[in-house]
Design a protein around this ligand. Structure first.
Ligand SMILES: *Cc1c(COP(=O)(O)O)cnc(C)c1O
Length: 385
Protein backbone atom coordinates (compact mmCIF):
# COMPACT_ATOMS: atom_id res chain seq x y z
CA UNK A 1 0.00 0.00 0.00
CA UNK A 2 1.20 3.51 -0.81
CA UNK A 3 2.06 5.84 2.05
CA UNK A 4 -0.48 8.64 2.31
CA UNK A 5 0.95 12.00 3.26
CA UNK A 6 -1.43 14.68 4.43
CA UNK A 7 -0.48 18.31 3.88
CA UNK A 8 -0.49 18.92 7.60
CA UNK A 9 -1.40 16.87 10.61
CA UNK A 10 -2.13 18.65 13.86
CA UNK A 11 -3.47 15.49 15.51
CA UNK A 12 -0.04 13.85 15.78
CA UNK A 13 1.35 16.89 17.55
CA UNK A 14 -1.63 17.05 19.89
CA UNK A 15 -1.11 13.42 20.93
CA UNK A 16 2.44 14.24 22.03
CA UNK A 17 1.36 17.07 24.36
CA UNK A 18 -2.23 16.07 25.18
CA UNK A 19 -1.76 15.70 28.94
CA UNK A 20 0.08 19.01 29.34
CA UNK A 21 -2.55 20.84 27.31
CA UNK A 22 -5.46 19.33 29.18
CA UNK A 23 -4.04 20.22 32.56
CA UNK A 24 -3.29 23.81 31.45
CA UNK A 25 -6.86 24.13 30.20
CA UNK A 26 -8.20 22.71 33.42
CA UNK A 27 -6.35 25.44 35.35
CA UNK A 28 -8.27 28.01 33.34
CA UNK A 29 -11.59 26.23 33.94
CA UNK A 30 -10.93 26.26 37.68
CA UNK A 31 -10.26 30.02 37.77
CA UNK A 32 -13.11 30.86 35.34
CA UNK A 33 -11.11 33.78 34.02
CA UNK A 34 -11.41 33.81 30.24
CA UNK A 35 -10.38 37.22 28.92
CA UNK A 36 -6.74 38.41 29.05
CA UNK A 37 -5.53 37.80 32.63
CA UNK A 38 -2.29 36.47 34.06
CA UNK A 39 -1.73 33.73 31.44
CA UNK A 40 -1.89 36.32 28.67
CA UNK A 41 0.54 38.50 30.60
CA UNK A 42 3.01 35.62 30.97
CA UNK A 43 2.66 34.77 27.27
CA UNK A 44 3.29 38.42 26.36
CA UNK A 45 6.48 38.41 28.43
CA UNK A 46 7.52 35.10 26.91
CA UNK A 47 7.01 36.26 23.31
CA UNK A 48 8.66 39.64 23.94
CA UNK A 49 11.72 37.89 25.31
CA UNK A 50 11.74 35.41 22.41
CA UNK A 51 11.51 38.22 19.85
CA UNK A 52 14.00 40.32 21.83
CA UNK A 53 11.62 43.26 22.10
CA UNK A 54 10.62 45.27 25.16
CA UNK A 55 6.87 44.86 24.75
CA UNK A 56 4.34 42.37 23.43
CA UNK A 57 0.57 42.75 23.37
CA UNK A 58 -1.77 39.79 22.95
CA UNK A 59 -4.65 40.35 20.52
CA UNK A 60 -7.44 38.32 18.95
CA UNK A 61 -5.71 37.38 15.66
CA UNK A 62 -2.81 38.11 13.35
CA UNK A 63 -5.15 40.19 11.21
CA UNK A 64 -6.02 42.32 14.23
CA UNK A 65 -2.33 42.63 15.11
CA UNK A 66 -1.86 44.34 11.73
CA UNK A 67 -4.99 46.45 12.10
CA UNK A 68 -4.07 47.62 15.61
CA UNK A 69 -0.50 48.40 14.56
CA UNK A 70 -1.76 50.61 11.75
CA UNK A 71 -4.26 52.26 14.12
CA UNK A 72 -1.52 52.91 16.68
CA UNK A 73 0.48 54.70 13.97
CA UNK A 74 -2.55 56.83 13.18
CA UNK A 75 -2.87 55.54 9.61
CA UNK A 76 -6.24 56.30 8.05
CA UNK A 77 -8.22 57.73 5.16
CA UNK A 78 -6.17 58.43 2.05
CA UNK A 79 -2.85 57.30 3.49
CA UNK A 80 -0.82 54.94 1.34
CA UNK A 81 0.88 51.83 2.65
CA UNK A 82 3.39 49.83 0.57
CA UNK A 83 3.21 46.05 0.69
CA UNK A 84 3.76 42.98 -1.50
CA UNK A 85 0.74 41.46 -3.31
CA UNK A 86 2.04 37.93 -2.82
CA UNK A 87 0.79 37.36 0.73
CA UNK A 88 -2.26 36.41 2.75
CA UNK A 89 -5.15 38.84 2.32
CA UNK A 90 -4.92 40.32 5.82
CA UNK A 91 -1.74 42.24 4.99
CA UNK A 92 -3.72 44.45 2.59
CA UNK A 93 -7.17 44.05 4.14
CA UNK A 94 -6.05 45.67 7.40
CA UNK A 95 -4.91 48.74 5.44
CA UNK A 96 -8.19 48.99 3.53
CA UNK A 97 -10.29 48.58 6.70
CA UNK A 98 -8.90 51.93 7.86
CA UNK A 99 -9.67 53.75 4.62
CA UNK A 100 -6.00 53.74 3.66
CA UNK A 101 -4.76 52.50 0.29
CA UNK A 102 -2.59 49.44 -0.20
CA UNK A 103 0.07 50.15 -2.83
CA UNK A 104 1.48 46.91 -4.16
CA UNK A 105 5.21 46.44 -4.72
CA UNK A 106 6.44 43.39 -6.64
CA UNK A 107 8.40 40.58 -5.00
CA UNK A 108 11.88 39.17 -5.45
CA UNK A 109 11.71 35.94 -7.49
CA UNK A 110 14.10 34.01 -5.28
CA UNK A 111 12.72 34.74 -1.82
CA UNK A 112 9.07 35.64 -2.61
CA UNK A 113 9.53 38.69 -0.37
CA UNK A 114 9.09 42.38 -1.24
CA UNK A 115 11.78 43.62 -3.65
CA UNK A 116 13.50 46.60 -1.97
CA UNK A 117 14.68 47.97 -5.33
CA UNK A 118 11.06 48.53 -6.41
CA UNK A 119 9.91 50.47 -3.36
CA UNK A 120 11.14 54.00 -3.92
CA UNK A 121 9.35 54.46 -7.26
CA UNK A 122 6.04 53.86 -5.44
CA UNK A 123 6.53 56.43 -2.69
CA UNK A 124 4.33 59.54 -2.86
CA UNK A 125 3.61 62.40 -0.46
CA UNK A 126 0.79 60.25 0.98
CA UNK A 127 2.94 57.19 1.75
CA UNK A 128 3.04 56.51 5.49
CA UNK A 129 4.33 52.99 6.00
CA UNK A 130 5.75 49.79 4.53
CA UNK A 131 4.53 46.32 5.52
CA UNK A 132 7.17 43.76 4.54
CA UNK A 133 5.91 40.18 4.89
CA UNK A 134 8.36 37.50 6.04
CA UNK A 135 6.81 34.94 3.75
CA UNK A 136 6.99 31.20 4.44
CA UNK A 137 9.27 31.82 7.44
CA UNK A 138 12.14 33.82 5.94
CA UNK A 139 12.68 37.51 6.72
CA UNK A 140 12.29 40.06 3.96
CA UNK A 141 15.47 41.97 3.07
CA UNK A 142 15.13 44.51 5.87
CA UNK A 143 18.36 46.58 5.68
CA UNK A 144 17.47 48.40 2.44
CA UNK A 145 13.92 48.88 3.75
CA UNK A 146 15.16 50.45 6.97
CA UNK A 147 17.31 52.81 4.93
CA UNK A 148 14.41 53.89 2.71
CA UNK A 149 12.09 54.24 5.71
CA UNK A 150 14.57 56.47 7.50
CA UNK A 151 15.19 58.65 4.46
CA UNK A 152 11.49 59.03 3.61
CA UNK A 153 10.22 59.07 7.22
CA UNK A 154 8.05 55.98 6.85
CA UNK A 155 7.01 53.46 9.49
CA UNK A 156 7.71 49.76 9.11
CA UNK A 157 5.24 47.15 10.32
CA UNK A 158 6.57 43.62 9.92
CA UNK A 159 3.98 41.03 8.97
CA UNK A 160 5.76 38.23 10.79
CA UNK A 161 2.67 35.99 10.99
CA UNK A 162 4.64 33.15 9.39
CA UNK A 163 8.01 33.93 10.94
CA UNK A 164 8.05 33.55 14.73
CA UNK A 165 11.70 32.87 15.60
CA UNK A 166 13.08 33.65 12.14
CA UNK A 167 16.28 35.71 12.06
CA UNK A 168 17.63 38.16 9.51
CA UNK A 169 21.19 38.37 8.24
CA UNK A 170 23.52 37.14 11.00
CA UNK A 171 26.86 38.89 11.31
CA UNK A 172 29.99 36.78 11.86
CA UNK A 173 30.02 35.63 15.48
CA UNK A 174 26.54 36.81 16.32
CA UNK A 175 22.90 35.96 15.71
CA UNK A 176 20.70 37.78 13.28
CA UNK A 177 17.93 40.17 14.25
CA UNK A 178 14.66 38.44 15.09
CA UNK A 179 11.52 38.77 13.03
CA UNK A 180 9.34 41.40 14.69
CA UNK A 181 12.17 43.31 16.36
CA UNK A 182 13.47 44.97 13.20
CA UNK A 183 10.71 47.44 12.24
CA UNK A 184 8.60 49.75 14.41
CA UNK A 185 6.08 47.01 15.15
CA UNK A 186 5.95 43.27 14.45
CA UNK A 187 2.77 41.22 14.01
CA UNK A 188 2.30 37.53 14.74
CA UNK A 189 -0.53 35.06 14.28
CA UNK A 190 -1.38 32.01 16.38
CA UNK A 191 -3.77 30.59 13.80
CA UNK A 192 -3.80 26.81 14.38
CA UNK A 193 -1.57 25.93 11.41
CA UNK A 194 1.08 28.57 12.14
CA UNK A 195 4.33 27.31 13.70
CA UNK A 196 3.00 28.25 17.14
CA UNK A 197 -0.70 27.58 16.77
CA UNK A 198 -3.54 28.08 19.24
CA UNK A 199 -6.78 26.10 19.41
CA UNK A 200 -8.58 28.94 17.67
CA UNK A 201 -7.57 32.47 16.72
CA UNK A 202 -4.91 34.56 18.42
CA UNK A 203 -2.23 37.12 17.64
CA UNK A 204 0.48 39.34 19.12
CA UNK A 205 2.06 42.71 18.44
CA UNK A 206 5.67 43.27 19.50
CA UNK A 207 7.56 46.57 19.68
CA UNK A 208 10.40 48.36 21.44
CA UNK A 209 8.46 51.61 21.44
CA UNK A 210 6.62 52.30 24.74
CA UNK A 211 4.26 54.82 23.21
CA UNK A 212 3.18 52.43 20.45
CA UNK A 213 2.87 49.55 22.92
CA UNK A 214 0.57 51.61 25.14
CA UNK A 215 -1.53 52.63 22.16
CA UNK A 216 -2.01 49.03 20.99
CA UNK A 217 -2.83 47.99 24.56
CA UNK A 218 -5.48 50.70 24.80
CA UNK A 219 -6.93 50.15 21.33
CA UNK A 220 -7.48 46.40 21.88
CA UNK A 221 -9.97 47.20 24.67
CA UNK A 222 -12.06 49.82 22.83
CA UNK A 223 -9.65 52.54 23.94
CA UNK A 224 -10.99 52.40 27.47
CA UNK A 225 -8.91 53.41 30.48
CA UNK A 226 -10.12 53.07 33.13
CA UNK A 227 -13.03 50.83 32.20
CA UNK A 228 -15.93 52.74 30.58
CA UNK A 229 -13.85 55.88 30.08
CA UNK A 230 -12.83 55.91 26.42
CA UNK A 231 -9.70 57.82 25.44
CA UNK A 232 -9.68 56.71 21.81
CA UNK A 233 -11.95 54.73 19.50
CA UNK A 234 -10.58 51.22 19.53
CA UNK A 235 -11.88 47.73 18.85
CA UNK A 236 -12.51 44.54 20.82
CA UNK A 237 -9.45 42.42 20.17
CA UNK A 238 -8.36 40.56 23.27
CA UNK A 239 -6.47 37.29 23.45
CA UNK A 240 -8.40 34.55 25.29
CA UNK A 241 -6.91 33.21 28.52
CA UNK A 242 -7.45 29.65 27.33
CA UNK A 243 -5.48 30.28 24.13
CA UNK A 244 -2.63 31.81 26.14
CA UNK A 245 -2.59 28.76 28.42
CA UNK A 246 -2.37 26.43 25.41
CA UNK A 247 0.26 28.59 23.70
CA UNK A 248 2.44 28.61 26.83
CA UNK A 249 2.49 24.83 26.78
CA UNK A 250 3.27 24.69 23.07
CA UNK A 251 5.90 27.41 23.31
CA UNK A 252 8.12 25.10 25.36
CA UNK A 253 8.37 22.87 22.28
CA UNK A 254 8.75 25.59 19.66
CA UNK A 255 12.54 25.57 19.27
CA UNK A 256 12.59 21.80 18.95
CA UNK A 257 9.79 21.94 16.38
CA UNK A 258 11.58 24.64 14.41
CA UNK A 259 14.75 22.56 14.26
CA UNK A 260 12.67 19.62 13.05
CA UNK A 261 11.18 21.76 10.27
CA UNK A 262 14.67 22.86 9.24
CA UNK A 263 15.81 19.24 9.12
CA UNK A 264 12.88 18.36 6.84
CA UNK A 265 13.84 21.21 4.55
CA UNK A 266 17.43 19.95 4.36
CA UNK A 267 16.20 16.45 3.63
CA UNK A 268 13.96 17.68 0.79
CA UNK A 269 16.99 19.48 -0.61
CA UNK A 270 18.92 16.19 -0.69
CA UNK A 271 16.04 14.09 -2.01
CA UNK A 272 15.42 16.55 -4.86
CA UNK A 273 19.05 16.68 -6.05
CA UNK A 274 18.80 14.45 -9.10
CA UNK A 275 15.45 15.95 -10.19
CA UNK A 276 16.96 19.44 -10.14
CA UNK A 277 19.26 18.63 -13.04
CA UNK A 278 16.64 16.79 -15.08
CA UNK A 279 13.53 18.98 -14.64
CA UNK A 280 13.51 22.34 -16.36
CA UNK A 281 12.24 25.16 -14.20
CA UNK A 282 12.08 23.24 -10.91
CA UNK A 283 13.22 25.50 -8.08
CA UNK A 284 13.65 24.77 -4.39
CA UNK A 285 13.47 27.40 -1.61
CA UNK A 286 16.56 29.58 -1.30
CA UNK A 287 17.96 31.10 1.87
CA UNK A 288 19.29 34.65 1.63
CA UNK A 289 22.25 35.90 3.76
CA UNK A 290 22.28 32.72 5.87
CA UNK A 291 19.02 33.92 7.41
CA UNK A 292 17.41 31.71 10.00
CA UNK A 293 14.52 30.37 7.91
CA UNK A 294 11.90 28.66 10.09
CA UNK A 295 10.12 26.92 7.21
CA UNK A 296 6.54 27.69 8.01
CA UNK A 297 6.07 26.41 4.46
CA UNK A 298 8.33 24.54 2.08
CA UNK A 299 7.43 25.96 -1.31
CA UNK A 300 8.82 24.71 -4.60
CA UNK A 301 8.26 26.22 -8.05
CA UNK A 302 7.39 24.28 -11.18
CA UNK A 303 5.95 25.56 -14.46
CA UNK A 304 3.47 22.63 -14.69
CA UNK A 305 2.25 23.23 -11.15
CA UNK A 306 -1.47 22.52 -11.63
CA UNK A 307 -0.89 19.18 -13.34
CA UNK A 308 1.62 18.15 -10.70
CA UNK A 309 -0.75 19.11 -7.88
CA UNK A 310 -3.57 17.09 -9.44
CA UNK A 311 -1.32 14.07 -9.83
CA UNK A 312 -0.11 14.27 -6.24
CA UNK A 313 -3.68 14.55 -4.94
CA UNK A 314 -4.62 11.38 -6.85
CA UNK A 315 -1.56 9.69 -5.42
CA UNK A 316 -2.42 10.57 -1.82
CA UNK A 317 0.02 13.43 -1.26
CA UNK A 318 -1.45 16.65 0.12
CA UNK A 319 -0.12 19.97 -1.18
CA UNK A 320 -1.41 23.53 -1.19
CA UNK A 321 -1.02 26.75 -3.13
CA UNK A 322 0.04 29.94 -1.36
CA UNK A 323 -1.20 32.03 -3.08
CA UNK A 324 -3.21 31.36 -6.24
CA UNK A 325 -4.17 35.00 -6.93
CA UNK A 326 -1.90 37.93 -6.03
CA UNK A 327 -3.78 40.62 -4.13
CA UNK A 328 -3.57 43.28 -6.85
CA UNK A 329 -5.67 41.01 -9.09
CA UNK A 330 -8.29 40.12 -6.47
CA UNK A 331 -11.87 41.00 -7.36
CA UNK A 332 -12.28 43.18 -4.27
CA UNK A 333 -9.34 45.33 -5.41
CA UNK A 334 -10.51 45.86 -8.98
CA UNK A 335 -11.21 49.49 -8.04
CA UNK A 336 -7.47 50.02 -7.62
CA UNK A 337 -7.15 49.38 -11.38
CA UNK A 338 -4.17 47.08 -11.49
CA UNK A 339 -3.77 44.84 -14.55
CA UNK A 340 -2.19 41.48 -15.26
CA UNK A 341 1.42 42.20 -16.12
CA UNK A 342 1.79 45.06 -13.61
CA UNK A 343 3.62 42.96 -11.01
CA UNK A 344 5.05 40.09 -13.05
CA UNK A 345 7.10 38.30 -10.39
CA UNK A 346 4.09 38.00 -8.09
CA UNK A 347 1.89 36.82 -10.94
CA UNK A 348 4.40 34.21 -12.06
CA UNK A 349 4.86 32.98 -8.50
CA UNK A 350 1.09 32.52 -8.18
CA UNK A 351 1.17 30.23 -11.21
CA UNK A 352 4.19 28.17 -10.17
CA UNK A 353 4.29 27.74 -6.39
CA UNK A 354 3.43 24.50 -4.66
CA UNK A 355 3.73 23.99 -0.91
CA UNK A 356 4.78 20.49 0.14
CA UNK A 357 4.07 18.89 3.51
CA UNK A 358 6.46 20.18 6.18
CA UNK A 359 5.76 19.75 9.87
CA UNK A 360 7.88 18.62 12.79
CA UNK A 361 6.28 15.16 12.88
CA UNK A 362 6.69 14.41 9.15
CA UNK A 363 8.67 11.17 8.85
CA UNK A 364 11.57 10.37 6.57
CA UNK A 365 9.43 7.73 4.86
CA UNK A 366 6.70 10.28 4.17
CA UNK A 367 9.18 12.76 2.71
CA UNK A 368 10.66 10.04 0.59
CA UNK A 369 7.13 9.19 -0.63
CA UNK A 370 6.43 12.84 -1.54
CA UNK A 371 9.57 13.15 -3.65
CA UNK A 372 9.15 9.70 -5.13
CA UNK A 373 5.68 10.59 -6.46
CA UNK A 374 7.02 13.82 -7.91
CA UNK A 375 9.73 11.81 -9.66
CA UNK A 376 7.07 9.43 -10.98
CA UNK A 377 5.13 12.40 -12.37
CA UNK A 378 8.14 13.62 -14.35
CA UNK A 379 9.00 10.12 -15.53
CA UNK A 380 5.50 9.74 -16.96
CA UNK A 381 5.80 13.11 -18.68
CA UNK A 382 9.15 12.18 -20.17
CA UNK A 383 7.44 9.07 -21.55
CA UNK A 384 4.75 11.27 -23.07
CA UNK A 385 1.96 10.29 -20.68
C1 LIG B 1 -1.84 34.06 8.95
C2 LIG B 1 -1.43 35.33 8.38
C3 LIG B 1 -2.01 36.55 8.75
C4 LIG B 1 -3.25 36.68 9.57
O1 LIG B 1 -3.32 35.96 10.70
P1 LIG B 1 -4.74 35.51 11.33
O2 LIG B 1 -4.33 35.13 12.70
O3 LIG B 1 -5.23 34.36 10.51
O4 LIG B 1 -5.65 36.66 11.31
C5 LIG B 1 -1.47 37.72 8.24
N1 LIG B 1 -0.46 37.71 7.38
C6 LIG B 1 0.12 36.56 6.96
C7 LIG B 1 1.26 36.62 6.02
C8 LIG B 1 -0.36 35.33 7.43
O5 LIG B 1 0.20 34.20 7.00
Amino acid sequence: MKTKVSFFDLAVQFKSIEDEIKSAMDDVFQTQQFILGSKVKVLEETIAQYCRTRYAIGVASGSDALLLSLMALGIGTGDEVLLPPFTFFATAGSVSRLGAIPVFVDIDQETFNIDPSKIEEKITSRTKAIIPVHLFGQCADMDPLLKIAKKKKLFIIEDAAQALGAEYKPKPGSDGRRAGQIGDLGCFSFYPTKNLGAFGDGGMVVTDNLDLAEKVRLLRVHGSQPKYFHKRIGINSRLDTIQAAILLVKFKHLEKWTIERQKKAERYQLLFQDLLSSVNGLKLPTIQYQNRHIFHQYVIRVPERDRLKKYLTEEGVGTDIYYPVPLHLQECYSFLKYHRGDLPNSEKASEEVLALPIYPELTEGQQWAVVDRIKAFYKRRAQGA
